[in-house]
Design a protein around this ligand. Structure first.
Ligand code: CA
Length: 404
């Protein structure tokens, strides 16, 4: 398509609305507006027009203004409530200091379309441009109640400082990176993004959701909002949840049951392990005989564990490392005396075990020595000494509830 044809035929352009659903009330909280261009008898996406760096920004502004105007009029005519998500790149926003957009929005505010219903999506790529000016402009928009979303978060991972500075209301995550990234890399990206979102008070929105697994994944990773073909295709009118064929309430209640089930199974594992340790607890004769104690329990955790040791509440290891080599447990006495209190969660965990007198299962983490993903089950032998049982990845892998 020739960009000149597009700008010369604004009457052939129409907005389409893609619904965005909420995990909180399971309804449609708004729509992302996209542009379609009528060529012969088909409506084509204008994605390539907007992403082409050779198309002058002024052209894009003109088409976007037209689409936005039609979209708001459509929503007003339909009495459709909810948010309107619009895409703008940095260069486009900078044309005329972003005033074209602001003037248009103010004009519609007078007609009853409040500015706090607008969400401007900017992409992380845009941060490479003049970030300070972009940041100022977005702050200015925010003072009118306009919300900011950062689109395609995680595609480039180096912008955490800039995302922090913008304090956007929403982080949009492209679910297709689940499909393209290696699982561990993606888990790490997700972990950092959910921490970031949590700390700056931004909501996560997973977009491009195409199947049930991806919706489950988004839900499980704390996504407040969802968007994608699996939920709804874009259409020429904004919709509400009653017209969607996908019943997200049913899906989510299925996920809740599934998750509860996994948590219950995991809890049963922990109870079983606690029972095993309690059954030999009478053999604990103090830290000087810690190795003898561990010897009495290796057999019980032969299948689950590859490493065990005992620590004092101040972090000091009082036993050898017991390490399983294929079928036998070997001792590493030189590990005695190591201090682990600096490790994340160590003190918090031992204090909790001491207070509650129950075992504890850690989250998944990468073992420093083996580089494999592991979890640790720990148990208070007394209020001063704690048994640590590192669980093999292969064992965790065989039990879905231990990986979740
Ligand atoms: Ca977008």
């Amino acid at each position: 398509m020739d960009p000149l044809d597009i700008v010369g035929n604004l009457h052939k352009i129409k907005p389409v609305f893609q619904p965005i659903l909420s995990a909180i009330n399971h309804g449609v909280i708004g729509h992302e507006v996209l542009a379609r261009y009528k060529q012969d008898d088909t409506w084509l996406s204008l994605g390539s027009f907007f992403h082409d760096p050779d198309v002058p920004e002024e052209f894009k502004v003109e088409v976007d203004q037209q689409v936005l105007q039609l979209a708001i009029e459509e929503m007003l005519a339909n009495n459709s409530d909810g948010m309107l998500f619009i895409n703008r790149n940095a260069k486009q926003l900078m044309v005329n200091n972003g005033e074209d957009l602001m003037q248009l929005l103010l004009q519609y505010e007078e007609k009853g379309f409040h500015l706090n219903r607008i969400v401007i999506e900017v992409t992380e790529h845009d941060f490479d441009e003049d970030f300070e000016s972009l940041s100022h402009l977005l702050l200015y928009y925010k003072t009118f109640g306009i919300q900011i979303a950062v689109d395609h978060v995680g595609a480039k991972s180096s912008n955490i400082d800039r995302i922090r500075q913008l304090e956007p209301h929403i982080l949009k995550i492209d679910t297709s990176i689940i499909r393209t990234q290696n699982g561990d890399v993606f888990q790490d990206i997700m972990y950092s993004l959910s921490m970031l979102a949590h700390r700056i008070g931004a909501a996560l929105l997973f977009e491009n959701i195409e199947d049930d697994f991806q919706l489950y994944f988004a839900w499980k990773h704390g996504s407040r909002y969802y968007q994608g073909f699996y939920l709804a295709h874009p259409s020429f009118q904004p919709v509400d949840h009653t017209s969607l064929s996908m019943k997200i309430s049913e899906k989510i209640s299925g996920y809740i049951q599934r998750e509860k089930n996994l948590l219950e199974q995991r809890h049963n594992f922990v109870k079983k392990w606690e029972q095993k340790v309690r059954s030999v607890l009478s053999k604990w004769e103090g830290p000087k005989k810690a190795d003898i104690f561990i010897q009495s329990i290796t057999e019980q955790f032969h299948e689950e564990s590859f490493r065990m040791f005992v620590c004092h509440i101040d972090g000091q290891q009082v036993s050898s490392n017991f390490r399983k080599k294929t079928d036998t447990w070997e001792l590493e006495p030189h590990k005695r005396g190591s201090n682990w209190a600096f490790r994340p969660y160590f003190l918090e965990n031992v204090m909790q075990m001491k207070a509650l007198n129950t075992g504890l299962l850690s989250g998944l983490y990468s073992d420093i020595e083996t580089k494999e993903m592991v979890r640790t089950f720990s148990f208070p032998l007394t209020d001063q000494h704690f048994l640590f049982i590192d669980l093999r990845y292969a064992y965790l892998y065989d039990h879905e509830c231990l990986l979740a």
